[in-house]
Design a protein around this ligand. Structure first.
Ligand code: NAP
Ligand code: MG
Length: 401
């Protein structure tokens, strides 16, 4: 059988620990035998990031801007313990943070739904994709702890020296203060990424804030979304038969619980942080969640939502057998290959991505899975496989299809 050809390379970002081990296995068993894989390879493993003073992360993001599609393995975000473990020159920043800033992107997270792993919310029939704004608000705040009586004011000094003041509170005793901000530019990028992704995936878009209470701050989010929707997207939404729906955040939460799924839920930064953990755990497992960073200019970076699964890696290093779930990492690859195929009009590559996803899900549905899924599945007669055994089982299913 001849291998599927690729026209343009993908940007491949390798990573750390257990996911780096899975990365190699996925390529060897599920990709290289079938696709003449063209990638521009960047090693984002911590050792090489340290060697290159993190230049490799910047280079990989630039390559993504050039080629338009990337696939990324999970990477370590260094902390004090990692400084010692990897003998680091510096506590390098999170690669995801660096890439997100360079791509000016929004992160979309979607659970992978499979028979036998039922969501806790019984009416959720289709995945709910969460879009989280990744700039500002409480994540870029300034705080003061007030020790005693005094006046707190919000002051803005414009570039030409004009002052605007608002009273925050006249303190009669101790208390706390917080200043937060966002920029129209960032909110506009967020809005365009969300509308674009809704068109791309043919799903309705929901957005919610607390604009009834926050009449300027949250209201600004609502207005920017509405304005961009009407001017740039409404016609295409109508044509495709999808809708944009704005409501209050508390109403959105109530409706999400009663909904059937199959839509994108755009959230402000904090709401997205909290709600993505709720949605992903209610759908079953972090190991069954994909993540894609989409820039407003239409650049895509696919990855798994989970980390490097450090605990399993240490077992692996001791020579013990692991049962690490590779589904989200496989879907990162299929997502990237399908997008590459779409952009290059390479139908064979797109069909390959679809088929590999189908083979992965059928393998689980046939009762062969990793330990994390075996613990939560409603299927009977389950075979728990090792990390490698599971990937080999997917290959068997794929070849039989
Ligand atoms: P993690 O790697 O997501 O793993 C946390 C736990 O979740 C694991 O110990 C495991 O539970 C379970 N788990 C996660 N993925 C799994 C999978 N594919 N199969 C089976 N079980 C899975 O988070 P972490 O241990 O907090 O972080 C480890 C490293 O990852 C950190 O250095 C962090 O900086 C990095 N990280 C990177 C990214 C990214 O690159 N996108 C995201 C998050 C974290 P059990 O141990 O109970 O089996
Ligand atoms: Mg969080």
């Amino acid at each position: 059988m001849s291998k599927i050809q690729m026209n343009t390379p993908l940007v491949e970002m390798d990573g750390d620990e257990m996911t780096r081990i899975l990365w190699e296995m996925i390529k060897k068993e599920l990709l290289l035998p079938f696709v003449d894989l063209k990638t521009e390879y960047y090693d984002l493993g911590l050792t090489y990031r340290n060697e290159t003073n993190d230049q490799v992360t910047v280079d990989s993001a630039n390559a993504t801007l050039k080629y338009g599609v990337a696939v990324k393995c999970a990477t370590i975000t260094p902390n004090a313990a990692r400084m010692t473990e990897y003998n680091l020159k510096e506590m390098w920043k999170s690669p995801n943070g660096t890439i997100r800033a360079m791509l000016d992107g929004t992160v979309f997270r979607t659970p992978i739904v499979v028979k036998g792993i039922e969501p806790c919310v019984k009416n959720w029939k289709k995945p709910i994709t969460l879009a989280r704004h990744a700039y500002g608000d409480v994540y870029k705040n300034t705080e003061i702890k007030v020790d005693g009586p005094g006046r707190a004011e919000l002051v803005f000094t414009s570039a030409d020296g004009k002052e605007t003041r608002e009273l925050i509170h006249d303190f009669t005793g101790s208390g706390i203060l917080q200043g937060v901000h966002n920029t129209d530019k960032s909110i506009e990028s967020f809005a365009r990424a969300c509308f674009g992704y809704a068109l791309d995936t043919k799903q309705d878009l929901w957005f919610a804030t607390k604009d009834t209470i926050s009449k300027k701050y949250d209201h600004n989010f609502k207005d920017i979304f509405q304005d961009i929707y009407e001017k740039e997207y409404k016609a295409r939404f109508d044509e495709m038969g999808i809708t944009y729906f704005y409501t209050l955040i508390d109403d959105a939460v109530a409706r999400v619980m009663k909904a059937e799924g199959g839509f994108i839920w755009a959230c402000k930064n904090y709401d997205g942080d909290v709600m993505s953990d709720m949605v992903s755990s209610a759908f079953g497992s972090l190991a069954m969640m994909t993540s894609v960073l989409v820039s407003p200019s239409g650049v895509y970076e696919y990855e798994a939502a989970h980390g490097t699964v450090q605990r399993h890696y240490y077992k692996h290093l001791k020579g013990e057998e692991t049962s690490t779930n590779s589904v989200a990492t496989i879907f990162a690859w299929t997502g990237a290959l399908r997008k590459r195929g779409e952009l290059d009009e390479n139908k064979e590559l797109m069909a390959f991505a679809d088929k590999l996803e189908k083979a992965t899900l059928s393998t689980i549905e046939s009762g062969k899975m990793t330990k994390d899924l075996a613990l939560i599945t409603s299927l009977k007669d389950v075979t728990v496989l090792s990390s490698e055994g599971f990937i080999k089982a997917i290959r068997e299913t794929f070849e039989a299809m």
